[in-house]
Each structure stands twice: as structure tokens, then as C-alpha cells.
Design a protein around this ligand. Structure first.
Ligand SMILES: Nc1nc2c(c(=O)[nH]1)N[C@H]1C(S)=C(S)[C@@H](COP(=O)(O)O)O[C@H]1N2
Ligand SMILES: [Mo]
Length: 319
């Protein structure tokens, strides 16, 4: 359903600020990396596909169980507006991200598992049955998008890993490569980017490992060759370009939590009634439009995930 509010209801863009704003001065100084060149979508697509040995798996079967209820964000809009701090603390990182080498790409599965392993990304992808799911994505900065992802349920990766009964959490880690990812030269950030889920969250039907978008292998700025999307949580939970899955009994401390725990917690479930300390989460700007729509509890996915949080009411579930 598309809900259009009078323009007057719109909160000014300046009321919501990027995750990094408390670092404003330092990141401003560090962010002076020069102008971003104009680059066509065709170029972006070609560079991602040329080197993907699993490109033949796209487009994959569309799973109709997941309906976004509003229009898909145009590919071009979405491809040119990204959060990927490894390449800069602003949204126009698509050009810089093309420098990331994504083959060969090894994925380590370790920690509390029957057998630790390192698996090549193409072996991993070919072991899975890829499917397409259209998901809503809600960034903590109060903008949202709708993306046709291709990938596989994270449960399949957990099955492959065979965690021990002692494992309660999965910690996911992004690559570390300051040579090409200039943002990683900013040493006041706790690189590499880390995120985590409980094992129960990881095996939920919704939790998706993404390898493709818009019917083909995923462009680098989306977090190729493999990223998470947990669509009932704020976008920062959906870690990009993953190199390690660690099964652990300790709750991982995520990148943003380590920087500012009072603003970005472990659970980060979407809730319009729980404001960010510096702005309201009641509504969201729809990327690529001039609309602002109400935000939904669990980003509208409560049917899948609300049960996960029974008995956890004492936790800071929504921040
Ligand atoms: N490694 C890594 N993963 C990340 C981020 C990041 O900066 N680095 N940003 C997060 C945030 S805040 C959002 S909103 C989404 C953005 O995904 P998109 O660029 O594909 O829209 O990626 C998330 N995953
Ligand atoms: Mo975000």
C-alpha cells in the first residue's frame, strides 16, 4: 500500500543524520576524498558480472511468499545511494567500491562448530539453491527501499556449519583491505565491520544471505559477493562483503555498537515508537521518491519474527 502524506508532514531531511554524525568533525576532515566521477549503471553491472563464475545462476526462481507491498526501488537509484563505510562515510561510494576484488573470495566458518572450514564463495553458492525475494529495507537513518535480492536462507549456511549446542550467536565479519577500501584507513572506526545475530534469528525463515540483486549477481556497492539481509532490523545489521562466520557463545559487539552503544544496540529491531536519541523513527523517506510513509513494527515482518522476542522484553530490542 502506498501512503502519501501532505508535504507539510515531512520532517526535514536535516533532522535525520547519518550514523557517523557524532564523529562529524573528524569524518568531515577524513571525507575530503575528492569528487566522485560519473559512472554509468552498465559499467557497474559489467564489472561485477565479468568476474563472477556463478553468473549463470541468475535470474533465480522468484519466491512469491514475500511481497513488499510497494514499488521496487529503481535499480539505478539504489545502485548510487549506499552505506558502505569501508569506501567512505557518504552515500556515493559506488565508484570507489568497484576497486574491491571479489574473486577469489574465501569464507571462513569457525568457532563452536563440528568442523571449522574455509570455503570458496563459488563452491558455497553452488551448494545452495538460489531464489529471488523482494524485501523492504529500513535504514536507521529513516530512509527505506525495496530490493529484489537473490540468495539463500541463512539456515542453509547454519546447516552446513553444523554448530555445537554451545553456540548461541553468529558473528559476521566484513573483509579488511585498506589498500582498496580507503574508508578503512580511518583508524577511529573499529574495522573490520562486525555484526551478529542469535542462532535463532539466523535460522529464521526471513534471514537471507544475498548474492544477487535485480536478477543478476550483486553489484559491488551492495556488498558482493555475499551479504546479509535481515529485513525486520535496521539496515546496519545487514553486513556486507562477509569473509567470516563465527559461531560463538558470546554476544558479538557490532561495529556501530562499539562506536556508540547508546544509539546502536545488538537487537536493532525496527519500531516506529522507539525513537533514535537524535530523531524519530515514526516514518521513513522512500528512496527514489518524494514520499514519506509510516514505519511499521519489525518493518512489517512481525508475522515471521515477533515470536523470537517472547521472554526478552527486558532487553533493548528496538535500538
Ligand atoms: N560492511 C558494511 N556493511 C554494511 C554497511 C557498511 O558500512 N559496511 N552499512 C550498513 C547500512 S547502515 C545499511 S543501511 C546497508 C545499506 O545497504 P545498501 O547500500 O545495499 O542499500 O548496509 C549495511 N551493511
Ligand atoms: Mo543504515
Amino acid at each position: 500500500m502506498l501512503i502519501k502524506h501532505p508535504r507539510g508532514w515531512d520532517i526535514p531531511e536535516t533532522l535525520t543524520t547519518p550514523e557517523h554524525v557524532f564523529l562529524n568533525r573528524r569524518s568531515f576532515l577524513a571525507g575530503m576524498t575528492g569528487a566522485v566521477g560519473a559512472i554509468g549503471l552498465g559499467t557497474l553491472r559489467a564489472s561485477a558480472e565479468e568476474i563472477d563464475p556463478t553468473a549463470d545462476l541468475y535470474p533465480a526462481r522468484h519466491n512469491e511468499a514475500f511481497v513488499a507491498g510497494r514499488a521496487t526501488t529503481p535499480e539505478k537509484t539504489n545502485s548510487m545511494y549506499n552505506n558502505f563505510y569501508e569506501f567512505g562515510s557518504h552515500k556515493q561510494i559506488y565508484d570507489a567500491a568497484q576497486a574491491l576484488p571479489i574473486r577469489p573470495w574465501a569464507v571462513v566458518i569457525d568457532g563452536e562448530v563440528e568442523q571449522e572450514m574455509t570455503i570458496d564463495i563459488d563452491d558455497l553458492i553452488r551448494r545452495m539453491t538460489l531464489e529471488e525475494r523482494v524485501y523492504r529495507h529500513r535504514c536507521v537513518e529513516a530512509w527505506s527501499m525495496v530490493v529484489p535480492w537473490t540468495g539463500f536462507p541463512m539456515r542453509k549456511l547454519v546447516d552446513l556449519a553444523k554448530p555445537l549446542t554451545s553456540a548461541t550467536y553468529v558473528r559476521m565479519e566484513t573483509f579488511q583491505n585498506p589498500e582498496v577500501a580507503r574508508g578503512q584507513r580511518a583508524n577511529w572506526y573499529p574495522w573490520p565491520y562486525v555484526e551478529g545475530l542469535t542462532l535463532d534469528e539466523a535460522v529464521n525463515d526471513l534471514t537471507f544471505m544475498v548474492t544477487g540483486a535485480y536478477g543478476k549477481s550483486m553489484a559491488k556497492q551492495f556488498g558482493a559477493p555475499i551479504r546479509l539481509h535481515a529485513p525486520w532490523k535496521y539496515g546496519f545489521k545487514s553486513v556486507k562483503s562477509i569473509v567470516r562466520f563465527t559461531f560463538t557463545r558470546e554476544r558479538p559487539v557490532s561495529f556501530w555498537e562499539e562506536i556508540q552503544a547508546s544509539e546502536y544496540g545488538f537487537w536493532a529491531n525496527v519500531n516506529p515508537e522507539v525513537s533514535h536519541p537524535r530523531w524519530s523513527q515514526a516514518s521513513e523517506r522512500v528512496l527514489g521518491t518524494d514520499e514519506r510513509i509510516p514505519t511499521q513494527l519489525y518493518n512489517g515482518y512481525g508475522e515471521w519474527v515477533a515470536d523470537l522476542y517472547k521472554g526478552l522484553e527486558g532487553e533493548r530490542l528496538f535500538m
